[in-house]
Ligand binder design. Structure first.
Ligand code: ZN
Length: 265
């Protein structure tokens, strides 16, 4: 559901305001649209030949992932959309299956925001992965939403008991509002080629402070699990009888090697 909205309605939507060729615009240049962020007529747009990637440069890919993720977080609060994906009957109900899916989507986003710190390099103070950077900023958006919507709870100095507390009953109100406000800014700055304001916003939102960069990150690294690998089964044809049988292997390094060896690779 989340990936579906992210790809189709996230990356798949939006318009760039452009001067498509000299003095030709794909919007009313004389009466420019009003930005919902500051209620002023927009005054930046893409000039002939300019592209989104060219204008926003290094932050473009992560910024765009963040826009798609926030579209997913905003629209999964719509129970009619949850129904389209097969959850619930379209009526707002946090206590049913659709509510479970929505809660899981928000909670797992907050969790990935924490886990994403693995992809932040403490030496260069830079992000190494576009999606991780985006998710960290969405966690910050949740934490800043107010009204105790989302909090990090811990007693121990080393954060080994770190727990995310996210109030399920406030997702469609407080959570959604915070996400929509963040999304609106990301979207408008992208649409209007406002690289200056957009870059400032995104750098602020993805900035890793002392607390996240040392304490939280250390705990994330301490809990790091080895990457999961699949031990592939093989099929064997008995040419005499024509029977095909499935050969499976132990989930160990030996099993992995045996699987490759018997496949003749
Ligand atoms: Zn994406």
């Amino acid at each position: 559901m989340q990936v579906g909205i992210h790809e189709l309605l996230g990356h798949g939507t939006g318009k760039l305001l452009q001067e498509t060729s000299p003095s030709n615009y794909n919007f009313d240049h004389k009466n420019p649209p009003i930005s919902p962020v500051d209620d002023k007529p927009i005054n930046t747009y893409y000039k002939p030949g300019e592209t989104w990637g060219g204008v926003f440069g290094a932050i473009a890919s992560s910024y765009e992932e963040c826009r798609a993720e926030t579209v997913a977080m905003a629209l999964c609060c719509d129970f009619e959309i949850l129904r389209i994906f097969g959850f619930g009957d379209g009526n707002e109900n946090m206590d049913g299956e659709a509510g479970d899916v929505l809660y899981a989507a928000y909670l797992s986003m907050a969790r990935s925001g924490i886990a994403s710190l693995e992809m932040w390099d403490a030496k260069s103070k830079k992000w190494g992965q576009a999606h991780s950077q985006a998710r960290f900023s969405i966690l910050k958006c949740f934490l800043a939403a107010g009204d105790n919507f989302c909090e990090l709870d811990y007693q121990k100095e080393d954060l080994s008991d770190l727990t995310i507390k996210l109030d399920r009953s406030k997702i469609t109100t407080i959570g959604r509002k915070a996400v929509e406000s963040y999304l609106q800014k990301l979207h408008i700055y992208k649409s209007t080629a406002d690289v200056k304001t957009g870059t400032k916003l995104y750098n602020d939102m993805t900035h890793v402070d002392e607390f996240f960069g040392t304490k939280v990150r250390n705990e994330v690294l301490r809990n790091k699990q080895p990457r999961k690998v699949f031990v592939q089964a093989n099929t064997v044809l008995d040419e005499r009888t024509g029977v095909v049988s499935l050969v499976e292997y132990e989930p160990t390094l030996e099993g992995m090697i045996k699987s490759y060896a018997e496949r003749g690779i």
